[in-house]
Structures are given as C-alpha cells and as structure tokens.
Design a protein. Structure first.
Lengths: 136, 389
C-alpha cells in the first residue's frame, strides 16, 4: 500500500526500511547525526512539513513528523520544495546534483557528510523503496 | 540542471608568458622545493614581475598534502594578502593551493569540510592560476581537491566548483624533463580520468568527446613520451594536452571506483596516486562489466578506440587488455604484489582499505557499487592479478 508523503507514517516506513537494510548498516556505520527533512509547499501540499530522523551508526533510532520545530536541535537540516524531493525520490534527480545546484539545501557538519557519502547515497536508496503517494 | 566548468586555458609553447598580462598587486606562488631547485619557480616569478606584481613564494608543499599543510599555507596567504594565487606543480601542489585559497577566504573552515554545496566567495580576495608540471592530474582544470588526513591514514576527495582556476597554463616546455617513472604514473592517471569520466554515472554529452580524445592521445603518445622523453617533443606535447582534456572530461563528469580504491591504497601504502588508480582500473572495469545489463558504456568506448568488441563484455575485455598492455609498455606493476605490497600487509590493512574505499566520494559515481565483501574481493584480485570476466 502506498503511503502519502510527507507524513508521519511515511517517515516511520522509511525508518523500518533503513533498519532492515544491510547496505545502509554497512555504509553508515560511522554516521552520527540526526536530521530535519524540511519539505516546502507545492502542489497539494499547502504547508511546510518537517520530518525527523535520528540516525546513529547504521541504524535509525527514532523517526516522526515534527509538530514543534523547536523541540529538537538536529545536527543536519535538508530542505527544499516538495517537487524537488519527488524528483530525488523517483530518481529523476541525483541528490548530490540537487544540493550542488541549490535545489536542495543542506546545513550541518559538512566534514561528516564528505567522509560518509555512501551513507547519504543509501539513505536516498531507502527513500526510493517506499511506495509513495506524492502531493504533486 | 548541471554545469560544465572550465578555466581560460592558455596552451602551447611559451604559454607561461601569459602571466605577464595579469593585472593585480601581489601574487602568491605556491610550489614545492624541487620545482624551485629546477628553476621553474624562477621562470614563473619573472613573468609575474613583468606584470608588475609583487611575488611572495610558499615552496613547502609536500607530496600527498595533508590537512596541516593546507592550514600552514593558508596562514602564509593570510599574512601576505595576495590578489593572485599561482599554483606551480603537480596534483599535490595544485590541490593544496586550492584548499589554501578556500581557507584564505574562510579561515574558520575545517579543511575536511570543504564541500561542493556551500559558497565560499573566493574571488572576493584572490584569483587563481594553475600551472601543471606533470601530464596527468588534470587538477589545473578541475574543482577536485584531494587532501590526506594523516591521523586517519585516509585521502579525502573534496571539492568546490569555486576552485576552478581562472587561468590554466598548459605549457609543454614545463614537462620536457619529466623522469620516465613520473611520466608513466601521471600519464596513467590521465588515462584513468578519461575512461572513468566516460563511464561514470555523471557522464554527459559535454564531456564524452573530451574523454575519448584524451584516451586516444594517451594510448598513442604515453609510450613514446615514456621512452624518448624530451627527444620526442610531439609526444610530450600531445600527452600534456591529453591530461588537461581528461581533466576537463572527468572534472565535469566525475571519476569512479578505480579512484575510490586508488585513494584508499595511496593513503595506506603510499603508492603514487597515478600508479594506484591505474592498478585498480582493469579490475574495476571487469567488476562493472558484470553488473546490470545496460549500465556500462564499454562497447561505445571500445568502438571509438577501435578495439574489437560485439558487446559490453567483449568490449570490457578488450579495454582491459589494452590498458594492461599500455601498463606493461611503460613498465608499471599490474598487481599489488608487483607494486611491493605483501599479502600480510594487505590482510592487515584490509578493513581500513575497504572502509575508506566504500565511502570515497568517487566510488559512488561508479555504474556498479560494491558492497563490503565485493570490495574486499576486488582488493584481493588486485593482489593476485586474477581478473574474472
């Protein structure tokens, strides 16, 4: 069954997928840092949605839709319009190219990112595996 | 949306004299002690002085530049306030100078955090000239920076599109006296750039022609340049241009798995960069050719290189044979064992090699990406010379 994106159910489905992925466990074994994925309005999405993921040494410890943006101080924030998220999640747009061309904006410890690029790639792979209904 | 980036390329005999046309106040020449002793730094300085620039020189760049090295170089720049940075040397010097330029603009930055996503506003302080003295790295036209974290024994593939030089001076006179071993190591680095640039997942119409032309020139001219050195001016010149073409090609299309593995090997066993990536190349071609049908471009590459092939696998075999034949002709090792690495040392360092190769920024551009156990097999194949295809 397809799950609406962005939503609490969707990020929890991704958490489950990540925690079953051997490839992610290998690639992200040194990763430390939680995320806000910030999805900006577009199409039928009329508000900004923030999804939280706590990623720690190859596992996702917690994931939920954020109701109070001040509740956490995540190490990383990745933001962009929902149309861009859809392109990345449906493999129409490479995530690194999306960031380099400013279509997605990443804030956080860039040294950690540059030393763990494989983890980032596996994270996106996980997104593509979730059967998803997009609002655009 | 994507970009094709290139400096102004000034090429040909006496291209160095273009430096006399630069406009500014002060140039910082970044180089190494060897190039000073050969008199090349003095030639550059003379041209810069003709332009009316005051010249200060940092000549302490070491091979495989470290994070500490670029911090020290950035301090030098911050003390002298140049409005031009002129990098004279091989890949180590040019990569170090690019990183120093970034820290000159952003002294607060951890060099490990140099990345292609943030904007550093480099040109508010200085512009950049790159002058290669080897024919291989392509760094004069790329936005790539490779630095070594000595504590972690790891090479970091970093970069920023802003560090594309304003001017690249590709003067074949500067490489006429390159020793044969360095000619072979760096020439094979350029070949790896050309082949990986053509086959990486970021390949595109703007870079394909550059990679193909570079590969053709390297197959034709590297053996001659290796054998005859400065007595074969044509070979030296064409090989020098080929390295820059390959740099433009892979610089805008990225390198791939051979570079990821080569970086890991280079940092652990101190193999020269070109030797390490070329060693990995045949094994990675064989590995990728066994991936998902349609994911590689070896038949197209073989067609342009006039290698006999009916399909991707045959093309990969023909390509591997050609690369290995070229390596033999320039007396390069074909296995890690021949490169002087013992079974025991490889076994001892395997986990760290695998970890670093897996998370190298170039590895993820490969049309087929190995998991941990496949990566380990690839390193063992490189040791024994066994290529299964």
């Amino acid at each position: 069954m397809s799950i609406p994106f962005p939503s609490d159910a969707w990020i929890k489905a991704m958490m489950e997928d990540l925690n079953q992925s051997q490839a992610y466990a290998e690639a992200a074994k040194n990763w430390e840092g939680d995320f806000y994925f910030i999805i900006e309005p577009g199409g039928n999405l009329d508000r900004t949605v923030i999804l939280y993921m706590d990623l720690w040494h190859g596992k996702c410890r917690e994931a939920f839709e954020v109701t109070d943006p001040e509740a956490r101080k995540p190490a990383f924030r990745l933001s962009g319009p929902v149309q861009t998220w859809k392109k990345v999640m449906t493999r129409q747009l490479d995530p690194m190219q999306a960031m380099m061309t400013g279509q997605l904006r990443l804030q956080g410890n860039m040294a950690m990112v540059m030393k763990n690029v494989r983890a980032a790639k596996e994270l996106v792979e996980s997104c593509t595996r979730i059967p998803t209904i997009f609002p655009v | 949306m994507w970009y094709f980036a290139s400096p102004l390329i000034v090429y040909g005999e006496d291209a160095l004299s273009h430096l006399a046309t630069l406009e500014g106040q002060r140039a910082a020449l970044i180089t190494d002690a060897h190039l000073v002793s050969l008199g090349l730094a003095e030639k550059v300085t003379k041209n810069l002085c003709q332009a009316g620039l005051e010249v200060v020189c940092y000549d302490r760049v070491e091979p495989e530049p470290s994070l500490e090295q670029v911090r020290e170089g950035a301090e030098f720049l911050l003390a002298h306030h140049p409005d031009w940075i002129v990098a004279l040397g091989g890949g180590s010097v040019m990569d170090a100078a690019k990183a120093m330029w970034i820290l000159y603009a952003r002294p607060d930055l951890d060099p490990e955090a140099i990345n292609p996503i943030e904007r550093f506003n480099l040109r508010a302080k200085a512009r950049f000239v790159a002058i290669p003295t080897t024919s291989g790295t392509g760094s004069e036209v790329t936005w790539a920076i490779v630095l070594t974290n000595r504590t972690e024994r790891r090479k970091l593939g970093l970069g920023s599109r802003e560090v594309i030089a304003d001017v690249a001076i590709v003067d074949p006179l500067l490489v006429m006296d390159l020793p044969p071993r360095l000619t072979a190591d760096t020439g094979l680095d350029a070949l790896t750039h050309a082949i990986e640039g053509f086959t990486s997942t970021y390949h595109n119409d703007f870079t394909d022609g550059l990679c193909l032309k570079a590969a053709q020139l390297i197959f034709d001219y590297l053996p001659r340049a290796y054998r005859h050195g400065k007595d074969d001016v044509e070979a030296r010149t064409r090989l020098h241009y080929a390295a820059t073409l390959a740099g433009l090609g892979f610089g805008n299309a990225m390198a791939a798995l051979a570079h990821g593995m080569g970086h890991a090997l280079g940092a652990i066993f101190h193999l020269p960069h070109g030797r390490a990536v070329a060693l990995a190349l045949p094994y990675t071609i064989a590995y990728c050719a066994q991936g998902e049908p349609g994911s590689t471009r070896y038949a197209e590459l073989a067609y342009h290189l006039k290698l006999p092939a009916e399909n991707e696998r045959e093309a990969a075999r023909a390509l591997i044979e050609s690369v290995m034949d070229l390596m033999k002709r320039v007396e390069q090792p074909l296995t890690l064992a021949q490169a002087g690495i013992s079974r025991r040392d490889l076994e001892h360092e395997m986990q760290i090699l695998v970890d670093h190769a897996m998370n190298d920024t170039q590895t993820i551009m490969s049309p087929r990406i190995p998991d941990e156990s496949e990566m380990q097999s690839l390193f063992w194949q490189m040791f024994t010379g066994e290529i299964s295809l």
